[in-house]
Design a protein around this ligand. Structure first.
Ligand SMILES: Nc1ncnc2c1ncn2[C@@H]1O[C@H](COP(=O)(O)OP(=O)(O)OP(=O)(O)O)[C@@H](O)[C@H]1O
Ligand SMILES: [Mg+2]
Length: 314
């Protein structure tokens, strides 16, 4: 594969006509887990500027380090090397400014749907009246289509319903930056497309900065201004930026026939296929590499005559 296939030009994201300031930056970030022989280097030299008001999608293969990348942005993990900045200041830990929708929902099992969402709303909007907070909670429950299940606890919900609660909880906190870790992966195709449009609608109204992880290229093109692939790990790094120049508002039903959409889908998919093949080839060449040739040494016998051993111990 030629290097050009893997390194198309990086194009700056434009929000409106001007290039917006980076609100979140990763500078040479590396992250691994464990130590010694069990050490797993997950992310290597990640450099990224997320610009104010943009929608950035990160696509990648399972296990490549996407959730680790997201937890770093949320401040739930700290980089081993490199820097993570929000509005130019080092990220010290999690903050309501960066709302994360977890891949595994992370709901409180003893609270109902309403209770889970209300807990976050009450902690962020303390100055609001009780009535305002209640209406706000109900609005987001309705938005994700769970009014009928608002009294249920997480164990009484399907995976997709839990994911919707998790999404509503984070959206309701109105964070400056929305971090979505595969927020729609547990949903059936119909619900997924409804919520894709819902996320888009909210984003188009609010223009919050948004970073979304997805393994669905079509979904990435539908929602994002820019798509950045995360190359397969270990030592996963970011691939080239693909700019999505499609007009907004976007509707999935209309995009399917759009030539720009189809071209972009091919470009991103071809990149992902190529980079995965390259990783496989590299792994294969490592496993078939000739063994290091050892010098032809004859070991000396270290066993002492029996008599000497006996002498030494008596
Ligand atoms: N806290 C941790 N301790 C040790 N290893 C971890 C930890 N978190 C993640 N890993 C490892 O890091 C690698 C990447 O995990 P991560 O969850 O970031 O991948 P992912 O791309 O989100 O995967 P998926 O697509 O399945 O969600 C995996 O090998 C995983 O086992
Ligand atoms: Mg993940």
């Amino acid at each position: 594969m030629s290097a050009a296939v893997l390194t198309p030009p990086v194009i700056e994201a434009r929000v409106g006509r001007t290039v917006a300031a980076p609100v979140l930056s990763m500078l040479g970030v590396c992250k691994g887990f464990g130590s010694g022989v069990t050490r797993n280097e997950v992310l290597s030299n990640i450099n990224l500027n997320v610009r104010e008001g943009e929608f950035l999608a990160v696509v990648g293969f399972s296990g490549s380090g996407k959730s680790t990348f997201m937890k770093l942005l949320a401040g739930l993990e700290t980089p081993d090397r490199g820097e993570l900045l929000m509005e130019g200041k080092p990220v010290q830990g999690p903050s309501p400014d960066r709302g994360l929708v977890f891949q595994n929902y992370s709901l409180l099992p003893w609270l109902t749907v309403r209770g889970n969402i209300a807990l976050s709303v009450n902690s962020v909007f303390r100055s609001w009246s009780k009535g305002e907070r209640r209406d706000h909670v109900e609005k987001f429950i309705e938005m994700v289509g769970l009014t009928h299940a608002a009294h249920r606890r997480p164990h009484e919900l399907s995976g997709g319903m839990r994911q919707r609660v998790s999404l509503a909880r984070t959206l309701a906190m109105k964070p400056k930056i929305l971090l979505l870790d595969e927020p729609l992966s547990a949903l059936d195709a119909m619900t997924r497309s409804v919520l894709q449009e819902e996320i888009l609608k909210i984003w188009e109204e609010e223009r919050q900065t948004c970073v979304m992880i997805t393994n669905d290229v079509d979904e990435a093109i539908l929602v994002a201004d820019r798509i950045v692939p995360l190359n397969p790990g270990p030592n996963a790094s970011l691939g080239p930026t693909f700019t999505v120049g499609l007009d907004r508002p976007r509707r999935a039903s209309e995009l399917n026939h759009d030539t720009t959409f189809k071209g972009l889908r091919n470009a991103v998919t071809n990149y992902l296929v190529a980079v995965r093949q390259k990783t496989r080839d590299d792994e294969e060449s490592l496993s078939t590499a000739p063994l290091i040739e050892l010098p032809d040494l004859q070991p000396r016998s270290l066993s002492l005559p029996r008599k000497s051993i006996l002498n030494a111990t008596t």
